[in-house]
Design a binder for this molecule. Sequence first.
Ligand code: AMP
Length: 283
Amino acid sequence: MPNVLKVIRTVDSLRRALEPYRRPRQHIALVPTMGALHRGHMALVREAQRRAKRVVVSIFVNPTQFAPHEDFGSYPRSFAADIKALREAKVDFVWAPSAETMYPDGFATHIAPEGAAKASLEDEFRPHFFGGVATVVAKLFTQVSPNLALFGQKDYQQLRVVTQMAKDLNLPVKVIGVPTVRESDGLALSSRNAYLSTAERAVAPMLYRVLKGCASRIRSGEKVDHVLNIGRIEIDVAGFALDYLEARHALTLAPVVSSKDGPIRLLVAAKLGKTRLIDNVAV
Ligand code: AMP
């Protein structure tokens, strides 16, 4: 039984380390991350510990989900601090493969998700993104073979894509979505918040305020299109460059006209200076 956190770097040693915990009822939970851990990640860890006997946190900044012009090179990395936080949280295993371990020379297989991955939300602005995410998550699922895997609702489209992929490929992993952890002013925690200047940080919570306002107006019966148009103006006036603010079916991410079309999720992405923020709420 591990009582100290074990950092694992190769697939063989991962399999060996987890082998003793695969017996019935010894549930293994996986929390996939790109490191730069914050309270949002730690909420996933706590939920994993609540649901499973052993917890594996993966830390891998996945190059294939970044486009060449995006922030792969400058993405925040804080491995030593991450390990310290995970040790204090009594996590059992950290799976931290190198890029060469994940994508050795000759690597030639990619997953191309459709459905929620082609909803014209994140995919419109980051066309390479969900292919990269689906491929790395499929690899993580087969490497770790967890009974369950926890993802944040903060990345809502990603949660839907991964859930669908696990279902479509019959991967024996239960995918669980964990509610978004926020700062006291409502800003969703994100590793990329570190990029915000002081002035931008002061404006950033506006995104969540607009989402909540839109959700409550739709709940009170106002027309979805009208509410979204006002929301888009509010975001624009606050100084963001809006990528999208949309109302979608909470499960399929298909467009919706009114609450009669099913449970609605509002999703937003906008840039504040150089920082791109995303958020979402249930209606
Ligand atoms: P990342 O390291 O940004 O790829 O995120 C790893 C996991 O943490 C993903 O499942 C995210 O959705 C989740 N996550 C990131 N930020 C938050 C947050 N503020 N609240 C809850 N989960 C989060």
